[in-house]
Write a protein that binds this ligand. Structure first.
Ligand code: SAH
Ligand code: MG
Length: 211
């Protein structure tokens, strides 16, 4: 097993959209949860190249948990050619489609987390109705279009156990900082009265399930 410090340094080298302070907050938050509730089952929506999976996976490994890392691996709207976050090196030359799965696999293998981070490859809302296991931690970082983010929230947040955590990335209250959909699902979680604020780091919001 690699030491946590080594894994966190490795996470910084992975391609992705997770600033260091937010990645460390993911790790610390998940580790504290895992110490309270060991052998947890956790899930992230939005795997990309595995950066957040290493932060969360490092915490899962330390606390004997398991992290499912879900993605169809063809990127969100903003990752496609002609959009802001397009990376031509991630295009599969055989079919011209974006494919982050090989990179994700190399990341998880390189981190030594293959027995802790398990990939679920497919569309989030197709998998969710067939996934009946309660989850101690759900991290929503998938598509940021309103309908996609709302669907992820509606499909996965009910699976969070009481006392468990719901994390949402890219929450920007000010529309000039970024899209509003993650902020809207964050507000919906608070309005449901099933979740309360737990912590915030940059655009990362952590909520705890109370009901
Ligand atoms: N957490 C990652 C970043 C995720 S980027 C990191 O730390 O780097 C968002 C990801 O969501 C993309 O890889 C995209 O393919 C995925 N995604 C978008 N909509 C999805 C859907 N409906 N089902 C599964 N994955 C989806
Ligand atoms: Mg994000």
């Amino acid at each position: 097993m690699r030491r946590a410090g080594e894994l966190l340094a490795f996470a910084e080298t992975v391609k992705g959209f997770m600033p260091r302070d937010e990645g460390l907050a993911l790790y610390e938050t998940a580790r504290a949860l895992g110490e309270r509730c060991p052998r947890g089952t956790w899930l992230e929506i939005g795997a990309w190249c595995g950066k957040s999976a290493v932060y969360l996976g490092a915490a899962a490994q330390r606390t004997s948990g398991l992290l499912y890392s879900l993605d169809h691996h063809h990127g969100s709207e903003e990752n496609q050619e002609g959009w802001e976050h397009f990376d031509p090196s991630l295009v599969d030359p055989t079919d011209g489609r974006l494919n982050t799965l090989p990179t994700w696999q190399r990341t998880i293998a390189g981190a030594g987390l293959e027995a802790t981070v398990i990939g679920l490859v497919g569309p989030s809302t197709v998998i969710a109705p067939h996934f009946s296991q309660p989850l101690d931690l759900v991290f929503i970082d998938g598509g940021h279009a309103r309908d996609v983010a709302v669907a992820d929230y509606e499909a996965w947040s009910p699976k969070v156990t009481v006392g468990g955590l719901l994390l949402i990335h890219d929450v920007f209250a000010d529309p000039s900082d970024g899209g509003r959909a993650p902020y809207e699902i964050y507000l919906a979680a608070l309005a449901s009265e099933e979740f309360v604020d737990y912590s915030a780091t940059g655009s990362l919001r952590v909520l705890r399930r109370v009901g």
